[in-house]
Design a protein around this ligand. Structure first.
Ligand code: SF4
Length: 393
């Protein structure tokens, strides 16, 4: 499809005008681009707008150690609407302070392939490019807009690059031909995020993303096509999906899907994602509300000790199921596992005897693991179904 504009017909509407232009300050930079954008399409809950960015490749400036040098986000915003999504802050640059707008107002970047072709000249062969760090490149609008596919067509012309794609979507299978072409002359890794095998939990946690079993099937299919494809089980949510048994179950499924690697990291809550996620906890896991509110009030990240325990646990299940680690660590090295009791984030005393029924159906594995560790007291009366702040352009 090449370098043409995204294949979404633009409507004539624009909200660039203002009733009293002399009053108030005009937005500048990326906020101005957003204000001048045209409505491309609107659905029941989501509005799509076009955006003409000045650049596409974004050099990562985070102080945290990142494994990639460049990021590319074909869209701004993401319809999947994961309750923990850290990328909501990217809409703040558009003067959109309501974090829910991130999933209801999606910007489609225009001329993306053309920009990429110009900007790839500045990438050195050893530098890693990550596609989809602050949006899902295969969210539903990609089926028609095909911005991601246009970028892959550019990558397919290159050689010697290191490229990683992160997605929760089965739509990535559509591009298997291009991905295989890219992998022939470049180092390509596809990361499929699956946070839980429980479809009911996934439905409320990642409301508009494909079911977990479909994502496992995507991993299988990409692997069958010879593509390096691994599973990211991130974020691990304390008290919900971070138990040894839950991780064990995920690693077993990863093995069955022939995943190239398995990785998981603890939840972090930046200010933009905290209110959304805490509302989710309040609604579906009310007995955890206080502990989450307290532990994430002062800081976005869990303690070092907890992170190390989770890393040890992940290494253990990776080794046990003969998987690889994400960055090529050798399974079997590192300290022996010490099964975490939620680190210092959740003490047994905090969790024991917690009154009140669960509002959601906790994943069986997670509940079993939690009970085994004494995190919840007694049988659970279950009532109803249920990678990182990064700059981007
Ligand atoms: S798929 Fe990724 S970018 Fe999209 S809402 Fe979920 S976490 Fe955010």
């Amino acid at each position: 499809m090449g370098e043409q504009m995204a294949k979404v017909e633009m409507g004539a509407a624009t909200d660039a005008g203002t009733l009293f232009p002399i009053l108030g300050s005009r937005p500048s930079g990326i906020a101005r681009l957003a204000a001048e954008s045209a409505v491309a399409e609107s659905g029941h809950e989501v509005e799509f707008r076009t955006m003409e960015p000045r650049s596409l490749l974004n050099r990562v400036v985070s102080q945290r150690q990142m494994y990639f040098t460049w990021s590319i986000n074909p869209y701004r915003g993401c319809e999947f609407g994961c309750r923990y999504c850290y990328a909501r802050y990217t809409h703040e640059f558009l003067d959109k302070s309501d974090p829910e707008l991130f999933e209801r107002e999606i910007y489609i970047k225009q001329h993306a392939a053309w920009l990429l072709r110009q900007e790839l000249r500045q990438v050195r062969p050893d530098e890693y490019i990550a596609l989809g760090t602050a949006t899902d490149p295969y969210q539903p609008i990609e089926r028609r807009a095909q911005v991601t596919r246009s970028l892959l067509e550019v990558f397919a012309e290159q050689s010697g690059l290191r490229l990683g794609i992160v997605t929760k979507s089965t739509l990535v299978e559509r591009d298997t031909d291009l991905l295989a072409e890219i992998a022939r002359r470049n180092r390509l890794t596809v990361h499929v995020t699956i946070t839980t095998p429980d479809a009911a939990l996934a439905r409320v946690l990642e409301p508009r993303a494909p079911r977990p079993d479909l994502r496992f099937r995507t991993v299988e299919r990409l692997r069958a096509a010879g593509l390096r494809t691994g599973i990211l089980c991130s974020p691990l949510m304390p008290g919900i999906t971070d138990t040894p048994r839950a991780l064990e179950a995920m690693a077993r499924r990863a093995r069955k899907a022939d995943a190239s690697f398995f990785a998981a990291q603890p939840l972090f809550l930046k200010p933009c994602s905290r209110p959304v996620f805490l509302r989710f906890i309040q609604e579906h896991f009310p007995e955890l509300e206080q502990a989450y509110a307290t532990r994430y009030r002062e800081r976005a990240f869990v303690s070092k000790a907890y992170q190390e325990r989770v890393a040890t646990l992940v290494r253990a299940v990776v080794r046990k199921h003969g998987l690889e680690a994400r960055y090529g660590e050798v399974p079997g090295r590192g300290p022996q596992p010490v099964w975490p009791v939620q680190g210092e984030l959740w003490t047994a005393a905090e969790m024991r005897g917690r009154p009140g029924p669960m509002q959601v159906r906790v994943p069986a594995e997670a509940a079993a693991g939690a009970q085994a560790e004494g995190l919840f007291s007694g049988p659970q009366p279950m009532q109803t179904g249920c990678g990182e702040a990064r700059r981007c352009v």
